[in-house]
Structures are given as C-alpha cells and as structure tokens.
Design a protein around this ligand. Structure first.
Ligand code: PHE
Length: 341
C-alpha cells in the first residue's frame, strides 16, 4: 500500500499540461470520486489496524499534494487568459480624465462683461505697451502728475519716458474716441501695470474693466443707474450702493463707489472695517478736456466713465484675501473654483 502511494506521488509530481482542458483531465484522473486518490481511500479499509495511522497520513499528504499541483497548473492558464487582448471589457466605465478649470479672474471678468453686454455695452481692447499720450496726456493728466513718475509707472526704456506699460485701460477709451463719433458705449477689460511692491494687498500687475458711454444728454443719473444695476447683478438684488466725491484728472465731477458689505450684509465686520461699506470702483463724468483731445465736441456730447479692478470684485465675491494667489497658479487654489463653472 505504501509503495502504491509513493508511486502515485512520483507520477503526479511529473505531470504537466499545455491547455486548461488537459488540467481538467488530470483533475478527473487523480482527484475526482473515481480518481486514483479516491481509489486508495477505498483500499484503506483492508489496511491492517497497526498501519492505519501511517497509511492514512500518507494518503492525506498525497491528496493535498495532488490538489496543490493541479490548482497550480490551473492558475498558470488563468493568468495567461486574463492578459489576452480579446478579453477587454468595452462596457467598463472609463477612468476619469482630469480637465483644467477656468481661472477665478476669468470667471469674474466673463460675468462682468456679460452684465455690461446685457446693458448694451460692447467690448473694446487695446495694447498693454502704450505711449504717454494714450495713458496720460489725452486723459488730462498734468505734466507733473505723480502717476508719470518712475515710482508708479513702468517705462519700457531708460532713454524715453514716452513708451510705458499702461497703468489703466482708460487708454483703450482714448483709442476708441479718437476714431469714432458718439454714441460710444464700450467696456475695456485688460491687464494693467503699476510699480508697486508685491504684497497680499498690492501687485505689480492686475486686471481692470473700465466703461465709457458718450452721447447727447448723458447725465450722472444714467451713470448711477448703470452702476446700481451692475452691483445688483454681480452681488445680489439686495445690494446697496453709495457714491463719495473723489478726484480723477479725466472726470469731473468724480466719485468712488462703495457697495454694502457682501460679507456682513452692511452690519459692520472686519472685512469692511466696521463701516458696512466696501469700495469697488472709480467713476465720473468725462472731463470736457478729454473729449476735446479726442476730437469729440463737448458742447454737443457728454459722457460718463467708470473703472474697477477685477481682483477686487473677485476678492469680494469669493472671499480671496491674498492677491498673490491669483498669479501663483497653485492648482489647489484654482480647483476651488470648479463648482463656479
Ligand atoms: N482709470 C481709473 C483707475 O485706474 C479708474 C476710473 C475710470 C476712474 C474711469 C474714473 C473713471 O483707477
């Protein structure tokens, strides 16, 4: 009996298979109910009592060995089958592909332009590298105005103070007025540059949307109504505005506009420094000198202009406190705006 077990052990150790069907045949031959190992079990009854223990153990060992051997053979084919190309499951969900998100400043600029377009404004753009005439001279800046100083403006060359990076997009308004007669109703989005030390609250470049409307009988009341409409569409229908007298060389009278604080709803908080109001833009009636410089008759036409920083509006709308986040392009920051699309 022990001899028989040993022979069968050696026989099984030597078997091999080249297809899954052959493995199955081996399983039937050795491990099925009518197989060789089961046949040994049947013979077990005739084994003398004193040998039963030893023989039983050997049969069990053989059974484990045969099972492992055949499972091992089965597995080699299972792996091979998995890797065959015709097993690709075309109904499986594709793994997600990561897509970019729109920059928060672009989101806010698009929203601002959409609002002004709904009020009849068209978009005008112009160059970022400008000359003194379009940025300052035509806009009634006196020759000794501090904005013309190296401290505030980036000049392109040391030798000439005539070519510079625009400090506001009012230069685009000049460019349009030079070549068109009223009615003119435009908004000018774009990047502007100022020579400021970079901090959480200031940067050497930022973005603006400026607006201009020139026609017969345009009044300050028209300006106020357009700005109120803008503020309510941008920040919600409950938003209040207030205008404070101010000064710009190119507008007279001039004003700065505050909106009721979006964060505390006007009650007063750290963001609005307890006042309930936050400043968002500058505006005024276009100075007659500007119209004259651009070839528009101030005796016939009047107009208003306004200008605001996109960063400032984005700060308020999305509670972004540090300006530097806008140009660092940290994807963790940019991804926070996914939901706003
Ligand atoms: N150009 C001004 C600025 O850059 C903003 C402004 C535009 C003010 C139009 C009044 C009228 O600060």
């Amino acid at each position: 009996m022990l001899e028989k077990i040993k022979a069968l052990h050696e026989e099984i150790a030597a078997v091999a298979a080249s297809t899954p069907e052959e493995v199955e045949q081996l399983r039937i031959k050795y491990l099925s109910k009518k197989g060789a190992v089961s046949a040994l079990m049947a013979d077990f009854r005739s084994v003398p009592a004193e040998l039963k223990r030893e023989v039983g153990q050997k049969i069990n060992e053989l059974k484990t060995f045969a099972t492992e051997k055949i499972n091992g053979l089965k597995e080699t084919f299972a792996v091979a089958e998995d890797s065959t190309l015709d097993e690709i499951d075309l109904t499986r969900t594709a793994s997600p592909m990561s897509v970019g998100t729109r920059h928060p400043l672009s989101l806010v600029r698009n929203e601002m332009l959409r609002i002004f377009a709904s009020m009849g404004f068209t978009i005008a753009e112009g160059p970022e590298i400008e000359d003194d005439w379009h940025v300052f001279e035509s806009l009634n800046f006196p020759p000794d105005h501090p904005a013309r100083d190296m401290q505030d403006t980036f000049f392109i060359s040391r030798d000439t103070v005539d070519i510079l990076l625009r400090t506001h997009t009012s230069s685009v308004q000049t460019r349009v007025m030079e070549h068109a007669q009223p009615p003119i109703r435009i908004v000018c989005p774009g990047r502007v540059y100022r020579n400021e030390a970079i901090s959480a609250r200031a940067h050497c470049f930022f973005h603006q949307v400026e607006g201009l409307y020139i026609d017969k009988n345009v009044s300050f009341a028209d300006l106020k109504q357009v700005l109120l409409g803008f503020a309510r569409q941008m920040f919600g229908p409950e938003t209040k505005i207030r205008l404070r007298p101010s000064y710009f060389p190119f507008t007279e009278p001039s004003a700065e506009m505050d909106i009721s604080c979006d964060i505390c709803g006007g009650k007063g908080c750290a963001f609005c420094k307890g006042t309930g109001w936050v400043e968002i833009l500058g505006c005024g009636m276009v100075d007659p000198n500007v119209l004259k410089a651009c070839g528009i008759d101030p005796e016939i036409y009047t107009g208003y202009a306004f200008g605001m920083g996109i960063e400032r509006i984005t700060n308020l709308k999305y509670k972004v406190k540090d300006l530097r986040l806008f140009s660092e392009n940290d994807v963790r920051f940019l991804r926070e705006f996914e939901a706003a699309h």
